[in-house]
Design a binder for this molecule. Structure first.
Ligand SMILES: N[C@@H](CCC(=O)N[C@@H](CS)C(=O)NCC(=O)O)C(=O)O
Length: 206
C-alpha cells in the first residue's frame, strides 16, 4: 500500500492526502515531522535526505517534494481527471502547483509563523503587515485568473486546485484583514463543498 510520511497538519502533506482522497487511493499515513520527529533518523534520511515531509513510498519507489508527489499520483491514477491529458491544459494547472510553492505560500509563511509559532508578545506587526500585503498581491493574481473559470485549470477540478486550496485555506483562516476577492471566494466555496477538502484540509491551524 502507498505509504505517506508526514503529520496531518502540514500544508504539504495535506496536498498529498487530499489528492489520495480525491482519487480514492488507499494509503497508510505515518506520523513524521515537527513534534513527531522521525525526519532526522538515518532511516528516514535514506528515503529523503532533506528530512522533510511529505515523503511517499509507492511499492518501493520513493518520491518527495509535494508538487512532484501530486504530479506523480495524478499521472498514475488521475489521468483525464486530476491530470489533464492535453499538454497545454496540463501546463496550465502545473504552473499553479509551482506558483503555490514558489510565490503564494512563501509570502504567507511569515504570517503563519507569527500567529502559530511565535508568542504574542514577540510578534512583529510590521512583518505581519508586509507579508499580508505581499500575499494579498498574489491573491489578486489568483482572483484575476479565476475570472471566467470554475477552477484554476478551467471547468474541471485538477491537481492545481489541490496545491492552491491548501494555501488558500490558511489565508482564509489566519486572523488577518482580508479584502473581498469575489472569484477566489466563489472558487473557495466550491472547494469547501468537496468532502475530501473538508476531511483533510479544512482543519484548525496548528
Ligand atoms: N518543498 C517541500 C517542502 C516540504 C516542507 O517544508 N515540509 C515541512 C512541513 S510543511 C517539513 O517537513 N518540516 C520539517 C518538520 O516538520 O519537521 C515540499 O513541497 O514538499
Amino acid at each position: 500500500m502507498l505509504k505517506i510520511w508526514g503529520n496531518a497538519d502540514s500544508i504539504n502533506v495535506q496536498k498529498v492526502l487530499w489528492c489520495c482522497e480525491e482519487l480514492a487511493l488507499p494509503y497508510e499515513r505515518i506520523d513524521a515531522g515537527r513534534h513527531y520527529g522521525v525526519v532526522n533518523t538515518a532511516e528516514f534520511r535514506r528515503l529523503n535526505p532533506n528530512g522533510l515531509v511529505p515523503t511517499i513510498d509507492d511499492d518501493g519507489f520513493v518520491v518527495w517534494e509535494s508538487g512532484t508527489v501530486l504530479r506523480y499520483l495524478a499521472a498514475k491514477h488521475g489521468a483525464g481527471s486530476l491530470w489533464p491529458d492535453d499538454v497545454v491544459a496540463r501546463a496550465e494547472v502545473d504552473r499553479w502547483i509551482d506558483w503555490s510553492n514558489s510565490t503564494l505560500w512563501p509570502a504567507m509563511v511569515p504570517i503563519f509563523r507569527a500567529f502559530l509559532r511565535t508568542p504574542e508578545h514577540e510578534r512583529d506587526d510590521n512583518l505581519i503587515e508586509a507579508a499580508r500585503s505581499e500575499t494579498l498581491e498574489a491573491m489578486h493574481i489568483l482572483d484575476a485568473h479565476l475570472e471566467g473559470r470554475a477552477f484554476v485549470g478551467g471547468e474541471r477540478f485538477t491537481m492545481g486546485d489541490i496545491a492552491l486550496g491548501c494555501a488558500v485555506w490558511r489565508w482564509m483562516t489566519l486572523p488577518i484583514e482580508r479584502e473581498e476577492l469575489p472569484q477566489v471566494q466563489r472558487w473557495f466555496d466550491a472547494l469547501s463543498k468537496r468532502e475530501a477538502y473538508r476531511k483533510v484540509v479544512m482543519l484548525p491551524l496548528v
